[in-house]
Every structure is written in structure tokens, then in C-alpha cells.
Design a protein around this ligand. Structure first.
Ligand code: ZN
Length: 333
């Protein structure tokens, strides 16, 4: 058993409370490797933004859980080295699907876990979430739960259709489970293909897809039922067109990739939405930079020469999200 407190990490309780009161959101960036982690920490340290390092079940299998724990511990020390005196860094399990996985993460130094029972019948979701909360809270680890179903594909999570969260269920769910935050479905979606072309309209000038707007009426109804309760948005990448274009111009094939417009996320961040998950955008930044080097310098075979530019591009992306979209800069001096 390793407590996250020994690693210098924090849970989400205080950062969420401040974010709701301050009208901004905390970035939750997924990571799988060293370069992503370096970029996240550099961007957060330079902007003094609290940050959630997010690890999916797939990432945990990919990177190894022991290595991950020390990477998170190293991230705290690296942040201090960069001049961030009091780093506010949370290590969070994204989409935990069993009690055992959540328990294992709590035991291994995570400061926050998500139990995703959203595909289960309502009562089973409650029972599973409650069990995880009871375990995690013994160690002061915070728990995110989910109600409603997001469409799209992300690692092991996959759903054809989205089902908006039912506002009439949230009080009962939050009260009976004791969860610390709630992921809701209001039209965001996992992956780089968030919407099918037939769900979108096309910009007559550029021919690019314009996605349908988020269901802010559902968000408003949830906030009315649970005033001041931390709300989480998954699948909130914006799929920047310049990355998609760079990838496609250098041998890639991502036709009609489409995300959530940043304008809508900016609006959400000002509400009780206090955690916004971004994964695909970082994957796109990484891939665009690597493809460009491979295409322009076919003789290059030093991984630092293509992972380095990828890391710089991701740092730029994370800083943009923190400053221009979520507004979390300067919130953790
Ligand atoms: Zn998700």
C-alpha cells in the first residue's frame, strides 16, 4: 500500500471546489509515455495550473503500474524543479470498470479514481460506485462516477449511441453513492470522430464539418438539481483542424475527424463543470509532429528527433487549453 500523499500528489476535492467558485475548469490530460508527461508538467508548471494526470486501464497496461507511480512522483519533483513551488497534481484512473481495478489504483498511489458503471443498469451502477467510494474514502482518495452514456471509442470504452444524463436521477445517484464528482453526457464524445457526418452540417465556405451543439439545457438542469456539485465532461477534445491537415498532408488518413468547438468548452468551464478531459488532441499533436519529421527527413532514426518536436507541440497545445479554454492558469501558485 502506497499513499498518494507520500508521492506529493493531491486528490481533487480542493481543486474542484476552487474551480467551481472561480468559474474555471481543471484540465485532465491522459498520458501513456514520458514525452506526454513532460509536456503536461511543463505546461502546467509554466502556467501554474492545477492538473489531473489521467491514466486509462489501457495506459496502465501499456506503461506498467509500478513505472506509472514513480513517473507521477517524478512529475511532482520535476514540477518543483521547474519553479512551481506548490504543484497541485492529481493522479487519476480514467474509466475504471471494476472494483478490483479501482482498489488496485488506490493501493498503488492514485489520488483519484473513476468508476464507470454507466453501461450497467441504474441500481447496479449505484451499488458498484458505492462500493468503490467506501473503499477509496478510507484513504482520502476521491471518486468520479458516471451517469448517461457517451458515444465514441476510447481505449476499452465504446458506445454506438449517446444517452444524455437524466437530470431527475442525479440527486438520488449522488446521495446514495457518495461520489465526489459526476461525469455526465450532454453530447461530448470519445475519440477523434465525435460525430458522424450526417449529424453535422457543413460550413458552406470551407466545406468542413460543423458539429451539433452541446445540450446545455441538460447541464443546466443537472446544476439546478445539484447546486455546487462538481461536474465532469469526458470526450472534450476539439480535434484542431491544423493537426488533422498536417497528418493528412504527410501520409495520414483522418477524413472528417471532428471535435467539440472550444467556444462551447469555454462556456462549460465557467459553470459547475470543473474537470474537462482531453486526450485525442494530444494524440493528434504528437502524430502530426512525428509524421512531419518522417516525411520531411526520411533519414531520421533518432527517436529524440521526432519525439522531441512532438513533445514541444503537445506543450504548446496544453498551454493553449489551460490559458485559452479552461482558464486554470495561475490557480495553483
Ligand atoms: Zn472518457
Amino acid at each position: 500500500m502506497v499513499s498518494y500523499k507520500e508521492l506529493g500528489l493531491v486528490n481533487t476535492r480542493e481543486m474542484f471546489a476552487k474551480a467551481i467558485n472561480g468559474g474555471y475548469a481543471i484540465p485532465a490530460f491522459n498520458f501513456n509515455n514520458m514525452e506526454q508527461l513532460q509536456a503536461i508538467i511543463k505546461a502546467s508548471a509554466e502556467t501554474k495550473s492545477p492538473v489531473i494526470l489521467q491514466v486509462s486501464k489501457g495506459a496502465r497496461n501499456y506503461a506498467n503500474q509500478t513505472l506509472l507511480r514513480y513517473m507521477a512522483q517524478g512529475a511532482v519533483e520535476y514540477a518543483k524543479e521547474l519553479g512551481w513551488e506548490h504543484p497541485q497534481i492529481c493522479l487519476h484512473l480514467d474509466h475504471g470498470d471494476t472494483f478490483e481495478l479501482c482498489k488496485s489504483c488506490v493501493d498503488f498511489g492514485f489520488s483519484s479514481v473513476m468508476i464507470d458503471g454507466s453501461s450497467l443498469p441504474y441500481e447496479e451502477n449505484i451499488a458498484l460506485t458505492k462500493k468503490v467510494v467506501e473503499y477509496a474514502h478510507q484513504y482520502d482518495v476521491t471518486v468520479e462516477a458516471e451517469l448517461g452514456v457517451l458515444a465514441g471509442v476510447e481505449d476499452d470504452v465504446q458506445a454506438e449511441e449517446s444517452h444524455y444524463t437524466k437530470p431527475e436521477e442525479v440527486i438520488d445517484f449522488a446521495t446514495r453513492t457518495g461520489c465526489d464528482s459526476l461525469a455526465i453526457s450532454i453530447g461530448t464524445s470519445h475519440g477523434a470522430y465525435k460525430f458522424k457526418p450526417e449529424q453535422c452540417t457543413r460550413d458552406p465556405k470551407t466545406g468542413k464539418l460543423v458539429p451539433p451543439p452541446l445540450a446545455f439545457d441538460v447541464l443546466d438542469a443537472v446544476m439546478e438539481k445539484l447546486p455546487g456539485f462538481p461536474i465532469v465532461l469526458h470526450g472534450s477534445s476539439s480535434v484542431p483542424q491544423e493537426y488533422v491537415d498536417t497528418i493528412n498532408a504527410h501520409g495520414g488518413k483522418l477524413p472528417d475527424a471532428v471535435g467539440i468547438p472550444e467556444e462551447q468548452l469555454r462556456k462549460a468551464a465557467k459553470s459547475a463543470v470543473c474537470k474537462i478531459n482531453i486526450d485525442s488532441d494530444s494524440r493528434l499533436a504528437f502524430t502530426a509532429a512525428v509524421r512531419k519529421v518522417f516525411d520531411e527527413k526520411p533519414g531520421e532514426f533518432d527517436p529524440r528527433k521526432y519525439c522531441g518536436p512532438a513533445r514541444d507541440e503537445m506543450t504548446k497545445l496544453y498551454k493553449h487549453k489551460i490559458i485559452e479554454v479552461l482558464g486554470s492558469n495561475g490557480k495553483a501558485e
